[in-house]
Design a protein around this ligand. Structure first.
Ligand code: IMP
Length: 454
């Protein structure tokens, strides 16, 4: 009964989709366990590219059951749009299941998210405006609407009658110029969602547990990353869920002792979307160059991601709180051509050397990075497939990251395609299938997934 968790070790957008993709052929189930349509990954279907925010990428592999667990907040309009988009491209979505217990993002959550960000102005969190925080807030207040309520108009009406007046009052208080939300209109929309999604709404925890009991391999796919975690990130500049591996248990429906492997995913540099302290942020042409080569633009919002050198201070923290048993290092190829590559090994805060990630965002904001400098490598490395194919300077950088992480880097990604990987310990996470766009892929029609890119 193996259960593998894939978790982001940075601020999201680490390329978790590619790691999922590499593992996909070995697993029977892929479970999203937190977040909502604030996440995003790019899917390549033959020559068509489109973006999914909610449906796990496993949907493209006919042997995989894709599940959206109870820890996810679901915007049904997004889910229906994605399912319809997949159907239109000939993908069988009949296996997709969404938890009865998952909470629903309603239009007033989206309005509240926008209105509270607007009121905070430049002090805002820089959310994705998808209503994530307000939906999780209603869940914690126990006034949320759950997916199962969409199938029960009477319960739905009771729920909306309780919460909608409060949402309208809050919106008025925030100075939102929109019309108040009406229960009747919301009810009609939500009942329609329920009708459309009825075949997909299920007890996903029971499905996961049955699968584990039957010896199936379950992959729990995190969205966002450790440094955006509500408890372990730089609060309040975080998302409203638990992207860490522990969140896979609560949000996916597995027990801690059922998790057999935690794969942490990170990029060879860092990016961050939205506000919040970022000690290694690059403001000049080097950062712009990395952003351009790495296509660092959000899948969900289109915003250019902030870019910085790799920061090993939060890395140690992320490895610890996730108990990462192995690491996938993505986008090493993007650093090719730099004269030097800098690696932050510690901070100086108020005159003291600090190696532990500070729990306080205010302290992180005062941190000055202490760097080690590594000579760069001019060579493109897209064709590297074994450690020996990597230039010595690139190998030295990877080994330094591994030593700082204190856990093995199992796979290094040198390009977006599935085969563009180097297995450092000779134990590939997955093997064989070519990625999208490759010669073999073009010869064999059918879906393939691309790299994660929000
Ligand atoms: P929210 O999740 O929309 O509430 O946004 C909270 C913070 O998390 C903001 O800084 C967002 O930019 C960031 N965020 C949310 N989802 C992602 C993601 O998938 N990748 C990277 N950043 C994200």
């Amino acid at each position: 009964m193996p259960a593998t968790v894939i978790v982001g070790l940075q601020w999201g957008d680490e390329g978790k989709g590619k790691a999922t993709d590499v593992l996909a052929e070995h697993v029977g189930y892929v479970v999203r366990y937190q977040g909502g349509d604030n996440a995003g990954h790019t899917i390549v279907l033959g020559r068509e590219v489109f973006k999914l925010h909610l449906v796990p990428s496993g949907v493209l592999s006919p042997h995989i059951v894709p599940l959206i667990g109870p820890g996810v907040v679901v915007n049904p309009a997004t889910l229906i749009r994605e399912l319809d988009g997949l159907v239109a491209r000939g993908v069988d979505v009949s296996r997709v299941r969404v938890a009865r217990a998952a909470h629903v993002i309603l239009p007033y959550h989206v309005a509240l998210d926008r209105a509270s960000e607007a009121r905070l102005g430049h002090e805002g969190i820089g959310t994705t405006h998808r209503g994530i925080g307000p939906a999780y807030a209603d869940r914690a207040l126990r006034v949320g609407i759950r997916m199962e309520d969409l199938l029960d108009p009477a319960a739905l009406r009771r729920g909306l009658e309780r919460v909608v007046p409060d949402a309208n009052a809050q919106l008025a208080h925030l100075g939102d110029p929109g019309e108040p939300f009406l229960v009747e209109a919301l009810l009609e929309t939500a009942v329609g969602w329920g009708e459309r999604l009825r075949p997909h709404i299920a007890d996903t925890t029971a499905i996961v547990q049955d699968a584990l009991r039957a010896g199936e391999h379950v992959l729990l796919e995190g969205a966002q990353g450790t440094l955006l975690d509500l408890d372990h990130g730089s609060y309040p500049f975080v998302t409203s869920s638990s992207p860490v591996a522990g969140g896979a248990c609560t949000g996916g429906g597995v027990g801690p002792l059922q998790v057999t492997e935690v794969i942490g995913v990170m990029k060879a540099y860092t990016t961050r979307v939205g506000s919040g302290p970022y000690p290694t942020e690059l403001h000049g042409p080097i950062g712009e160059g990395i952003a351009a080569r790495g296509h660092e633009f959000g899948t969900t919002t289109g915003r250019r991601r902030r870019v910085g050198w790799f920061d090993a201070v939060p890395l140690r923290h992320a490895v610890d709180v996730n108990s990462a048993s192995g690491i996938v290092l993505n986008k090493l190829d993007i650093l090719s051509g730099l004269d030097d590559v800098l690696l932050c090994v510690a901070y100086e805060i108020d005159g003291a050397r600090v190696e532990r990630w500070p729990a306080s965002a205010a302290e992180v904001a005062r941190a000055r990075p202490i760097y080690e400098r590594f000579p760069g490598w001019p060579e493109e490395i897209h064709e590297a497939r074994t450690p020996d194919d990597l230039p010595p300077n690139a190998r030295a950088y990877v080994r330094a990251l591994e030593a700082l992480a204190g856990t093995p880097i199992r796979l290094v990604s040198v390009g977006p395609e599935r085969m563009q990987t180097v297995a450092l310990d000779g134990r590939p996470l997955g093997a064989g299938r070519p990625g999208p766009g490759s010669a073999a892929d073009r010869a064999a029609p059918g879906p393939a997934t691309g790299p994660a890119a929000r």
